[in-house]
Design a protein around this ligand. Structure first.
Ligand code: PLP
Length: 383
């Protein structure tokens, strides 16, 4: 019996699913029966070090054997080390960390902090941005009315049209608690925002005392070829949220804040049972260590450049996005091209843009894998 049919027995049928049923992974490949599928989707930007990475398995096993779980009611060296590693990896002004369990939870807490610290009730977000499915994160997500479900939003939201500098001046004011922005919009199709636009947002936040929250749930932890996309845009956020690649598959998230934001928080202001648990923290520390030691951010930059140099090709007219948060803009429906690639054992991601396929591969990808993609694309019809 197919897993899909078994799942349908009891699981809510809320996901459109791909036409594969992997039950193992090996490096950058997913294994489905006899098929070895090159994974350029990375479990939605999560599998930063691929599958079966020996050091991740080792650290997971040894931490599990030593102490499987303890909550934030006790201090733990492994949690302190993970926070040290993350703060050191982050832009210099972000030196404080709050660990959570997911991207939406990280954004929920960042938005809560912004409203509390400023005492304001307005959030500005960007058209086509995605921030997660919880009450506050969903409220700041473009187009969420299809699934939002709650009777009202926790704050007023203004959506700034993408790359519209003039609109920043109109929509960010002394009433704005925070602007939340994905510098490279993932779900939208790996759309990298204009630097002028991002800098205008940062300047407006500064001028009006609004906090700048950069959602790096998808773009962060090396995926854009730097530790965080904020490093590329030259802005200094008040908070960065991270998840996905942070645990390379172990569920976790984090809010990174400035000392100023941190100093306005006190005991009881935030909380979570599982966030900052020892397994997640052991993995966070190791993921950052491996990304730095193996120069994986350089690998990302070089392979992005290799891909860019080979396009246009077959049904792909152009590359967008940064590093391994990349979009292939197609000359025909992306779903068609995605299906044809999968028939040839290359897994890619879809996006909200019907013309764009997303590439979110492990940072450990090699030149040979990019070349494999290029060879197959070259043989696909443009129209
Ligand atoms: C930019 C961004 N923010 C937030 C989220 C929500 O993360 P999670 O699904 O871990 O709650 C996502 C998930 O795709 C995302 O891409």
């Amino acid at each position: 019996m197919h897993a899909k049919d078994m799942e349908a027995r009891h699981l809510l049928q809320v996901y459109g699913q791909l036409a594969i049923e992997p039950d193992a992974g090996d490096g950058v490949y997913l294994l489905d029966g006899d098929r070895r599928i090159l994974d350029l989707y990375g479990g939605h930007a999560v599998a930063a070090l691929g599958y079966g990475h020996p050091e991740l398995l080792d650290v997971l096993q040894s931490q599990a054997g030593r102490l499987f779980f303890q909550s934030n009611a006790v201090a733990m060296q492994v949690r302190a080390r993970a926070a040290d590693a993350l703060a050191e990896f982050a832009p210099r002004n972000l030196e404080r960390v709050f660990f959570v369990n997911s991207g939406a939870e990280a954004n929920e807490n960042a938005l809560r902090l912004a409203c509390r610290l400023t005492g304001r009730q307005h959030i500005a977000a960007i058209e086509h941005g995605f921030h997660g499915r919880t009450a506050a994160a969903g409220a700041a997500t473009w187009g969420a009315s299809r699934w939002y479900g709650f009777p009202r939003k926790p704050f007023d939201v203004d959506f700034i049209p993408r790359d519209n500098v003039a609109a920043v001046g109109d929509l960010v004011s002394g009433d704005t608690a925070a602007v939340i922005v994905e510098l490279v919009q993932g779900v939208a199709g790996a759309v990298d925002l204009d630097t002028d636009f991002v800098q205008a947002i940062a300047a407006a936040c500064e001028a009006h005392g609004a906090l700048l929250i950069v959602d790096e749930v998808q773009s962060g932890i090396g995926r854009c070829g730097q530790a965080f996309a904020a490093d590329i845009y030259g802005v200094q956020p008040d908070m960065i949220t991270a998840a996905k690649s942070l645990g390379a598959g172990f569920p976790c998230g984090a809010v990174l804040t400035t000392a100023d934001v941190a100093s306005a928080t006190g005991k009881g202001d935030l909380g979570t049972t599982f966030g900052g648990g020892p397994l997640a923290c052991a993995l966070i520390e190791k993921v950052i260590e491996v990304i730095r030691r193996d120069d994986l951010m350089k690998n990302v930059r070089e392979l992005h450049a290799r891909l860019a140099a080979a396009l246009p090709l077959g049904p792909v007219e152009r590359l967008q996005g940064i590093g391994f948060l990349a979009g292939l803009r197609c000359t025909r429906p992306a779903a068609e091209v995605q299906r044809e690639l999968l028939e040839q054992d290359i897994l890619t991601g879809s996006s909200a843009d019907p013309a764009v396929i997303r590439l979110l591969p492990p940072l450990t990808l090699g030149t040979e894998h990019i070349d494999q993609l290029l060879e197959i694309l070259a043989a696909l019809p443009a129209n």
